[in-house]
Ligand binder design. Structure first.
Ligand code: ADE
Length: 250
């Protein structure tokens, strides 16, 4: 049976996944805890990604080399860049770019040297399945979130988007930086700190990859406000429900 790797960006998300895995065993490799078990009848290895591109690439490499996963799904939060990606929405990545990669003038800006590309596409079938699961979850929000969280974060009609996510080793927390990113990568929907690195590793290994990110902030001067509470009360609940729904129909 195919082994599915699940990388969570946040402790709360991983804890929620582990709480529903009936039989997980911990295997410690290079300082990371890999949880091997089952979920919805699938063989699963769940792990915290760690933060930033290098740490996440190392985690992905161990999943691929030691645990021989056949597909990898990443869940976490992201800052909204485009006007449509509002707090509480979900973005399923169609591709990733490293926004802080710049080896110009030797290579075009954002191109990863020796790969001949800036953009790393996600797997279409994985992304379609995850987007369908996300739409299902968001259509019945009250089943997954408490009324207080829905009210506090103004989650009236959250939407699922599919498109480009950009990654870099910075938490984007000023309006000026968000505007600069929007100018240089105008089709980017959201920004986070790991996905493009994991996409690159999965391309190297020829293993399908996709990612689901909940928009936790607008990558502006207010980006840090309520971040922890949002992760606990909204993003980690979305991740659990979306992954569970996706695995159930896989
Ligand atoms: N993850 C969630 N919000 C983010 C932001 N504003 N910048 C980078 N990564 C994020």
């Amino acid at each position: 049976m195919a082994v599915i790797g699940i990388m969570s960006a946040m402790h709360e998300e991983l804890a929620a996944v582990l709480a529903v895995m009936p039989d997980e065993q911990c295997v410690r490799v290079v300082g990371r805890d890999f949880w091997v078990g089952h979920w919805q009848g699938h063989d699963v290895v769940a792990v915290l990604s760690r933060i930033g591109k290098v740490a996440a690439a190392t985690t992905a490499t161990v999943l691929l080399e030691r645990f021989k996963i056949d597909a990898l799904v990443f869940t976490g939060a992201a800052g909204g860049l485009s006007a449509e990606a509002q707090v509480g929405d979900v973005v399923v990545a169609s591709g990733f770019v490293q926004h802080d990669m710049d080896a110009s003038p030797l290579f075009p800006k954002h191109e990863v040297p020796l790969y001949g590309r800036a953009r790393f596409d996600t797997d279409t079938a994985l992304s379609q399945g995850l987007a369908a699961a996300a739409r299902q979850v968001l259509s019945d929000l009250a089943q997954h979130l408490g009324p207080q969280a829905i009210a506090d974060f103004h989650l009236l009609a959250p939407r699922v988007h599919r498109g480009l996510i950009v990654s870099g080793d910075r938490f984007v927390s000023t309006t000026a930086e968000r505007q600069a990113l929007q100018q240089s990568l105008s089709d980017a929907l959201a920004v986070e700190m790991e996905g493009a690195a994991v996409a690159q590793v999965c391309l190297d290994y020829g293993v399908p990859f996709s990612a689901v990110r909940t928009i936790s902030d607008r990558a502006d001067d207010d980006a840090h406000i309520d971040f922890s509470r949002f992760i606990r009360d909204v993003a980690s609940r979305y991740s659990l429900a979306i992954l569970s729904q996706w695995l159930m129909h896989r």
